[in-house]
Write a protein that binds this ligand. Structure first.
Ligand SMILES: CC(C)(COP(=O)(O)OP(=O)(O)OC[C@H]1O[C@@H](n2cnc3c(N)ncnc32)[C@H](O)[C@@H]1OP(=O)(O)O)[C@@H](O)C(=O)NCCC(=O)NCCS
Length: 238
């Protein structure tokens, strides 16, 4: 999806973007950052859809050179899509470009892909102290459905879900979205299921896979003895 007078555009990630992405990854996530091998294995998964936001040629700033002949990579995001469920694997934007709608554009692209693949429920995990990211997700209709204690090295993770992907796309553009059904409500597709086991699924899968593979959901408060971000390559941090 192309940006219009925004100073950036969104395009599919290529292997040449890995270097610039890793520079942003290490800066933005610190101890929670993925290693390059984690990113590469994520990118190689056929169920993934990774995109980058690149500076338009005429704009200023940025962290690295893009692979499309355009400007440097300003942000990136990844989706795991295994219909009917999906996961936002990661999303991040160069600090110098925060507040300009880049994450909104990246998330719109991921949800558009999810919708096109008939994904009905998109999940993610976000640090409990990351209010900025939580507000971004809420604007897209994500609601809190649980907490994973000690998921990150020094913080819990809030698990969020968007069950109205089409609604989020129609109504946001970064703006207001319709209400998603609350966990436990009659409209909640996971209502009546058992809580998710404490340990996350191992291997390069996302939270939705843990849901799907274990045929459960509706988690409220779990502990992750595997230690969160380092538990397995390819786990999502968003
Ligand atoms: C969270 C994060 C991805 C948000 O990225 P971003 O590009 O700044 O997000 P957006 O610009 O789309 O939206 C953020 C804000 O900008 C505002 N905004 C959106 N478009 C805008 C525009 N064109 N002009 C001005 N402001 C705009 C939004 O309303 C929003 O405002 P608010 O924060 O006051 O509510 C970014 O802060 C980041 O990379 N953080 C570190 C990594 C991280 O935490 N990732 C999430 C892991 S779960």
């Amino acid at each position: 999806m192309a940006g219009v007078n925004r100073g950036f555009h969104v395009r599919p990630m290529t292997e040449y973007d890995i270097g610039p992405i890793m520079a942003l990854e290490n800066d933005l996530f610190g101890a929670d950052a993925w290693s390059e091998s984690m990113l590469r294995s994520e990118f190689a998964e056929p169920t993934r859809h990774y995109v980058v936001a690149c500076r338009d040629d005429t704009a200023e700033g940025g962290a690295g050179t893009g692979s499309d002949g355009g400007g440097p990579v300003l942000g990136y995001a990844g989706l795991r899509s295994v219909p009917p469920e999906g996961d936002v694997q990661t999303i991040a934007v160069d600090r110098a470009w925060w507040g300009r709608g880049i994450a909104t554009a990246l998330l719109t692209e991921l949800l558009t892909r999810a919708y096109s693949q008939e994904v009905t429920d998109v999940f993610l995990e976000v640090r409990s102290d990351n209010r900025r990211a939580q507000e971004l997700y809420r604007r897209f209709g994500f609601v809190d459905i649980g907490v994973r204690r000690n998921y990150y090295r020094d913080a819990d993770a809030i698990v969020m879900r968007c069950s109205q992907v089409a609604s989020a796309l129609v109504q946001t553009g970064g703006g207001e979205v319709g209400e998603a059904p609350e966990a436990g409500s009659p409209d909640d597709p996971l209502e009546g299921t058992e809580p998710l086991p404490g340990a996350r699924a191992s291997g390069p899968v996302g939270f939705g896979a843990a849901f799907a593979d274990s045929h459960d959901g509706g988690m409220t408060d779990t502990t992750d003895p595997a230690g969160g971000r380092d538990a397995a390559p390819g786990e999502e941090k968003a």
